[in-house]
Design a protein around this ligand. Structure first.
Ligand SMILES: Nc1ncnc2c1ncn2[C@@H]1O[C@H](COP(=O)(O)OP(=O)(O)OP(=O)(O)O)[C@@H](O)[C@H]1O
Length: 445
């Protein structure tokens, strides 16, 4: 094997299970020192591919090579020195204590008569430390929660010290803190030279942490490459039959996928209704995309000219109220916002900093029929400038729906459908036909 060769080569892989072809001609090359996410709908073949990469399943045809060795020609011990796996199912047959389970990771390195040496002890201690599981060392594995067991099995895989680490849904039973910690740990291991392949259902976590994604659909590779090349609205619609909007995450900058409940999928009616969005500094951009794609009439503002959210609104040709860069919302802009809020079925407040700049927008939102507040950051971590800003925001919070980003489409749909029928969008006054800040230098001011 040359230094430039990929660590893992998958060539024309076909795997049959129960008389059915589950993987059908899969080709892939995985570079050493990369973190690859296996994504795809239920039943696409992700687990089957992982179990074939580690040698547990034999292909009907095709080959898998790891570090230049054909995995299926190796003894299981030799294969386990190259590939370690954290399985999806974390049940362990016997109630071993956790230390024994982690020590099992050293079996591939020990001869039948060989004893335990310093390298074994060090590998086990390092694995405990990395996964923060030494606190469980003396407990029976059966007494741990699902998430704790998953971390112990990750420790066992790390103790194996193989160049390739496979993880099947490594974050499935973990709380949000341990999801991030586990994926950060995998990234750290990868930066030290390990190669990781993980089946991950959460496309946004996969996009955030993986160097490359391999999208499986119906047992074949539908797309592969960097997350932004793989997670497109087209590929998601093809592979998942899902109507999704792809935008970029305002904080991490990585690709961000939001599935729409119904949207504009052909044959289904697009939602009707008007939504006014209050944001700023890029907090609203992705909701503008999501709501526009879902078929709502979307207005936004007041926003500063040059703001990321203003640019997003313009790129979608939305009606946006703007003020000059760095200027506050003056009375003219406030009036324009009031008109749009009066015409809206729902106002979405997108995780804004609550200070003087946005206060007039938030005051205006208190007059809305219904309010949805997206809180990506915990309420306690938000930046409130002044008691008045806090009071207004808390008033909105008390009468609005407070939701996480992924719940926005459903919350807006519920809010719009609850909006009083007599005041439905079809009978409401439309915002004035001025350009709404869209074509002039000074917007609505
Ligand atoms: N032992 C088996 N006998 C017959 N069919 C099987 C067997 N194991 C898996 N399959 C089928 O192979 C297909 C791929 O399964 P696999 O578990 O690899 O999918 P997956 O992408 O990991 O799915 P999920 O996201 O639901 O975990 C499925 O249709 C599954 O029903």
């Amino acid at each position: 094997m040359n230094a430039d060769d990929p660590l893992v080569g998958v060539d024309g892989l076909q795997v049959d299970l129960g008389g059915k072809t589950v993987l059908d001609g899969v080709d892939a090359a995985i570079d050493s020192g990369s973190f690859v996410g296996l994504v795809g709908p239920n039943g696409a073949g992700k687990t089957t591919l992982l179990r074939t990469l580690n040698g547990a399943l034999s292909p009907a045809s095709g080959t898998v090579t790891v570090a230049g060795e054909r995995v299926h020609d190796l003894s299981s011990k030799a294969a386990s020195r190259l590939v370690a796996t954290v399985p999806q199912d974390t049940t362990v047959a016997f109630d071993f204590d956790v230390r024994t389970v982690v020590e099992m990771g050293r079996n591939p390195h020990r001869s039948r008569i060989g004893g335990w040496d310093e390298a074994d002890t060090e590998a086990v201690e390092r694995a405990f430390e990395w996964t923060d599981t030494d606190q469980f060392a003396d407990r029976g594995i059966g007494t741990l929660s699902g998430g704790e067991r998953q971390r112990v099995l990750l420790a066992r895989a790390l103790a194996q010290e193989s160049p390739l680490l496979l993880l099947d849904e490594p974050t499935a039973s973990l709380d949000i803190n341990h999801q991030v910690r586990t994926l950060e740990l995998v990234r750290e291991l990868v930066s030290r030279g390990k190669t990781a392949v993980a089946a991950i259902h959460d496309l946004n976590l996969a996009a955030q942490y993986c160097d490359e994604l391999l999208l499986l659909s119906d047992g074949d590779v539908a797309a592969s490459g960097p997350p932004e090349a793989v997670l497109t609205e087209e590929t998601l619609s093809g592979a998942f039959d899902a109507n999704a909007v792809v935008s970029s995450h305002p904080v991490t900058g990585s690709v961000y996928v939001t599935a729409l409940p119904d949207g504009r999928r052909s044959g289904s009616a697009a939602p009707t209704g008007r939504v006014h969005v209050v944001g700023g500094g890029g907090t609203a951009a992705r909701y503008l995309h999501v709501l526009d794609a879902a078929g709502y009439e979307v207005t936004a503002g007041a926003l500063n000219e040059g703001d990321t959210d203003t640019e997003a609104a313009r790129s979608l040709a939305l009606d946006v109220v703007t003020v000059d860069p760095f200027a506050g919302v003056d009375s003219e802009a406030r009036e324009a916002v009031d008109e749009r809020i009066a015409a809206a079925d729902c106002v979405l407040v997108a995780d804004v900093e609550v200070g003087a700049g946005n206060l007039p927008n938030l005051r205006a939102a208190t007059n809305a029929d219904s309010v949805v507040l997206v809180e990506e950051r915990p309420f306690a971590d938000r930046n409130f400038v002044g008691p008045e800003a806090t009071r207004v925001y808390e008033a909105l919070r008390a009468r609005g729906r407070v939701v996480e980003p992924s719940a926005v489409p459903a919350a807006v749909a519920a809010a719009v459908s609850e909006s009083a029928p007599a005041e439905s969008s079809t009978t409401r006054p439309h915002p004035p036909s001025t350009d709404g800040g869209r074509g002039t230098d000074d917007g609505d001011r």
